[in-house]
Design a binder for this molecule. Sequence first.
Ligand SMILES: CC(C)(COP(=O)(O)OP(=O)(O)OC[C@H]1O[C@@H](n2cnc3c(N)ncnc32)[C@H](O)[C@@H]1OP(=O)(O)O)[C@@H](O)C(=O)NCCC(=O)NCCS
Length: 166
Amino acid sequence: MFVRKAFVKDAPDIYNLVNLYARDGLLLPRSMSSIYEDIRDFWVCEEEGKLVGCAALHVVWEDLAEIKSLAVAPHMKGKGIGGLLVRACVEEAKQLGIRRVFVLTYAVGFFEKHGFKTIPKDKLPHKVWGECINCIKFPSCDETAMWIELDTCVEELGVVDLRHEV
Ligand SMILES: CC(C)(COP(=O)(O)OP(=O)(O)OC[C@H]1O[C@@H](n2cnc3c(N)ncnc32)[C@H](O)[C@@H]1OP(=O)(O)O)[C@@H](O)C(=O)NCCC(=O)NCCS
């Protein structure tokens, strides 16, 4: 299994995986249109030619990006795929020179293992909340805001390996 940047052909599988969890309110639903528009944000995990995980790194501002649509196929959970996808997004953020990566999540313990810390929601810019209108829980958001602060090191950019194998 390995993690790579998404191809356009991955969009239908990303759609199915993300919306599987959106039905339970764990993720925001995504339209096919939004996935195609943001396909360059996505990382995917492939196992024997099948897409078994995805995550998107979405740049919000000069020093801030969000991990969105993180999902691992139910039968593949607990094998480290979620962790690989988070690491790929964080490494990409470093490459881009971004100082903070945040997430709105119910999986607090999972993100703590990857260096994220809980923060007050009001530390995030208003711009972030624009799409919450699409959430079934709007306006009673009970997700936790977390972020990781990064030491970006521009001179190392040439040696960051964005392909992970397990
Ligand atoms: C959260 C998710 C991406 C983790 O993916 P994964 O491939 O199973 O994760 P990994 O195998 O890398 O890590 C597993 C570890 O994370 C922990 N973990 C998984 N989901 C968790 C959750 N919701 N809350 C707290 N910890 C969680 C596991 O207990 C496990 O801990 P361990 O290593 O001590 O045994 C996956 O469970 C998922 O797709 N969940 C549904 C969608 C979702 O909630 N996405 C996150 C929204 S921000």
